[in-house]
Design a protein around this ligand. Structure first.
Ligand code: ARG
Length: 590
């Protein structure tokens, strides 16, 4: 559960010119907001009747080498852009917020005061990482979701069937979204909606009598049930009698026949336990394991009643359906002829039940785009039923591309995917013998990097070399943290002289760190992990290229070495936070 973050008023340090407060900004969590405000203030003063708030919306990140840029035409002011730019330039005096302005055609490029930037960003990273009661690293977090609750449903594999790429992507994206919403102050309930109901369980019950083994089941329930399922399916292909038997068995389950349910219960329980272990290896956790079997019959019945009274149900040869053709969503069957429940109705009833239980402000379903129609149908049905919260349902979808985990096309279980990824990584690591031999626990590192590779690829990025770099730089900085009597312990931040960080490479790292809270916000708005992945790559790249020139070991000036070390520690912490947001475990050492 999340800890609600309280926005505290930003007090401008006494040596800096005061700035106004702009709504929706929070310099106590994102100090770059203060620089943007200072820029907006300057431009607004030079160009009445513009207000600080108006200009603020137009202060964007600049291209390479530029901190911020304002495109003047966007304000639609009368007069030539050149004149407008000149007005701003003539008002400008370098100060502790803005060091320089460059006028380039319709643009004004701003450079933040380096000394202010270094000191404010690093102090903010440090204080938000270490001085909090929760002891949770929280630089980058914001409180925009304070007091709001979101249910995020993801992964949702089908018991006894294969765990395919679709489930893997759902798991990875869903875990990311859960972390992200928490980072934005939401209370998050992560939910796994297992495919644990349906005729296939009748089939397995029939098959289990013939092919089942209690011992195998206890060893690896997921694998064994899958084997049974494959075998009995083959039987059913040949012998229609098997299907009839299976349907009869499932009907007994639906009717609540205890005897028919007993085995199923064990299968479910053992499968969940196995899944939990595997999710833990992926650094993924669920607050609630639910499933299709858990949707109360009464909720489905109530939903059907309501649809009936609202006149939304058509009867078609005994089956009940809702006509959604007006919205190009076809005809949705909500009850079969034989009265057994179906996937769609369980989702409709399930959503109502969840709302009654959790009163969520938003509910997100992370499901492959193959099910776009299904999701659109059940969202629409809920909307037609006039539930006001139906507007707060969201489908996060994704297409399926084959990643490294599934390249061979043989993986059907989650643990296979993990093992395969680890072995691909292990092979790659062995290619560099010297480096390989210096790694303390290559198996563990291979697995962690393998898993990271799967995740990164799944988030739509090229992994491999870059990936190595990224994890490497976190581990590298961990390693450098070992006691060095000359430098450690570092003095408190107030005694560290950040002005000694005069190299452009250091400034670049610090500015990047400053952008992290924005990276988090943007990711939440777009539901896209790629911005966070790109940030992590850029930061690790900046760190490793600075490491050779902005040195700590071998720097004779202890003050300077300390300032640099402190910057690297801040960078490592932010990189670690970004990796954790992606549900990647930062390596402590390699
Ligand atoms: N178990 C389903 C499948 O594997 C995914 C469930 C998606 N969630 C939902 N509420 N329908 O296809």
């Amino acid at each position: 559960m999340s800890t609600a973050l309280q926005p505290s008023p930003f007090t401008v340090p006494s040596n800096l010119p005061s700035i106004p407060h702009v709504s929706e900004t929070d310099p106590t969590r994102c100090v770059l907001d203060a620089f943007r405000t200072a820029i907006a203030q300057l431009v607004a003063e030079a160009l009445p009747p513009l207000t600080v708030e108006q200009v603020y919306q137009g202060v964007d990140y600049g291209k390479k080498g530029v901190d911020f840029t304002v495109a003047l035409p966007r304000f639609r002011l009368p007069g030539k852009v050149d004149e407008l730019a000149k007005k701003v330039l003539s008002k400008f005096q370098p100060n502790e917020w803005i060091e320089n302005i460059v006028h380039d055609r319709a643009f004004l490029h701003f450079t933040c005061s380096t000394s202010t930037l270094l000191s404010l960003v690093l102090n903010q990273v440090h204080s938000l990482t270490y001085d909090t009661a929760s002891k949770q690293p929280e630089y980058g977090q914001n409180s925009s979701g304070a007091g709001k609750r979101v249910i995020i449903e993801y992964s949702s594999p089908n018991i006894a069937k294969s765990f395919h790429v679709g489930h893997l992507r759902s798991t990875i994206i869903g875990a990311f979204l859960s972390n992200l919403y928490k980072a934005c102050g939401w209370e998050v309930i992560s939910m796994n909606y297992l495919g644990d109901w349906g005729t296939q369980f009748g089939l397995i019950a029939v098959g289990f009598q013939k092919y089942g083994s209690q011992e195998e089941l206890e060893k690896d329930a997921i694998k064994h049930l899958f084997e049974v399922y494959v075998k009995v399916n083959a039987d059913a292909e040949k012998d229609p009698e098997v299907k009839v038997e299976a349907a009869a068995w499932f009907k007994r389950m639906e009717d609540g026949d205890e005897e028919a349910l007993r085995n199923w219960r064990v299968w479910r329980e053992l499968s969940v336990r196995k899944y939990e272990e595997e999710y833990a290896r992926l650094n993924v956790h669920f607050d609630v394991y639910t499933g299709e079997s858990q949707v109360g019959k009464e909720w489905q019945d109530k939903a059907l009643d309501r649809l009936n009274t609202m006149g939304l149900i058509d009867d078609h040869e005994g089956a009940k359906l809702v006509n959604l053709e007006k919205w190009k969503l076809g005809k949705a069957v909500v009850r079969k002829k034989d009265g057994t429940s179906i996937y769609l109705t369980r989702d409709i009833g399930g959503a109502i039940e969840r709302y009654e239980k959790y009163k969520f402000d938003k509910m997100i379903y992370v499901v492959a785009s193959q099910q776009d129609l299904h999701l659109a149908q059940f969202f629409k049905v809920l909307k037609l039923m006039e539930f006001p919260w139906a507007d707060n349902l969201e489908h996060v979808n994704y297409g399926l591309v084959l990643g490294m985990s599934t390249r061979k096309g043989t993986a059907v279980f989650l643990d296979q995917i993990i093992r395969e990824a680890a072995s691909v990584m292990h092979d790659q690591m062995r290619k560099n013998e010297v480096k390989y031999n210096s790694i303390e626990d290559p198996e563990m590192v291979a697995q962690e990097i393998g898993i990271t590779g799967v995740k990164i690829q799944d988030m739509g990025c090229e992994a491999n070399q870059q990936l190595y770099l990224q994890l490497g730089s976190h581990a590298l900085l961990r390693g450098r943290h070992r006691p060095n009597p000359q430098l450690f312990p570092l003095p408190p931040p107030s005694e560290i002289n950040t002005a000694l960080l005069s190299e452009p490479a250091a400034r670049e790292i610090v500015f990047l760190l400053g952008t992290y809270p924005d990276v988090v916000k943007t990711a939440q708005r777009t539901h896209e992990p790629s911005g966070v992945v790109t940030f992590a790559f850029r930061l690790s790249h900046a760190i490793s290229s600075a490491w050779e020139t902005v040195v700590v070991m071998g720097e004779a000036d202890v003050e300077k070495a300390r300032a640099r070390m402190w910057m690297y520690i801040c960078a490592r912490d932010v990189l670690g936070a970004a990796l954790r947001l992606l549900s990647i475990k930062p390596l402590e050492r390699m």
